[in-house]
Design a protein around this ligand. Structure first.
Ligand SMILES: Cc1cc2nc3c(=O)[nH]c(=O)nc-3n(C[C@H](O)[C@H](O)[C@H](O)COP(=O)(O)O)c2cc1C
Length: 171
């Protein structure tokens, strides 16, 4: 049986939900990542930065823009170093300025993806997958890529059916 790994980044705190700011106890991507695990099983790995991003949406927006412009690699609390036991790697994150948060890249670029299947999921407020598929293709050398799923962040909790069907069809 093939083995699945779900790598994700998700931010708790203030975020736009259909046009107004709300405090989220659990990030949208974390909800989506849990649906993947429920559908196909596998291990979860949360990329958590040593320095957390601001809970304030507007401050976080600026932090993220600076990191993107600098192509930063924020330090993570923990890293995965070996994914040799896995066949399918789901890579899940929010759209930040059109791509994954740099924290996802901090993790991905340390791994050997030779022979792995990479399956991206992005939650967003309008940009869809943005440029994330192109960006991870550059980082995950040697992998085969499945078509990503873009989930409207505010609808993540209502998207179990579509996420689980996509996850099952992707592995
Ligand atoms: C720093 C930051 C940048 C964002 N940039 C975009 C963007 O470029 N396009 C978009 O559609 N949504 C953008 N969003 C909205 C998030 O992608 C969306 O709310 C997502 O579901 C958040 O996921 P999370 O709760 O797992 O962190 C941004 C949100 C933040 C905090």
């Amino acid at each position: 049986m093939s083995k699945n790994l779900i790598i994700y980044y998700s931010r708790k705190g203030e975020n736009y939900v259909n046009g107004s700011l709300e405090m989220l106890e659990k990030g949208n991507t974390e909800i989506a990542a849990e649906f993947i695990q429920k559908a196909v099983g596998g291990d979860m790995f949360e990329a958590e930065t040593v320095v957390p991003y601001s809970e304030s949406y507007n401050i976080c927006i600026e932090q993220a823009k600076k990191e993107l412009n600098e192509n930063a690699r924020p330090a993570l609390k923990e890293y995965l170093s070996d994914i040799s036991q896995y066949d399918n790697i789901f890579v899940c994150g929010p759209c930040w300025w059109g791509t994954f948060p740099m924290a996802i890249f901090s993790q991905l670029e340390r791994l050997d993806f030779t022979g792995k299947k990479v399956i991206p999921l992005m939650t967003h407020e309008g940009s869809g997958m943005g440029g994330s598929e192109r960006d991870i293709k550059n980082l995950c050398k040697g992998a085969a890529f499945k078509k990503g799923l873009a989930v409207h962040g505010a609808d993540a909790a209502r998207s179990e059916k579509i996420i689980s069907q996509w996850a099952k069809n992707s592995i």
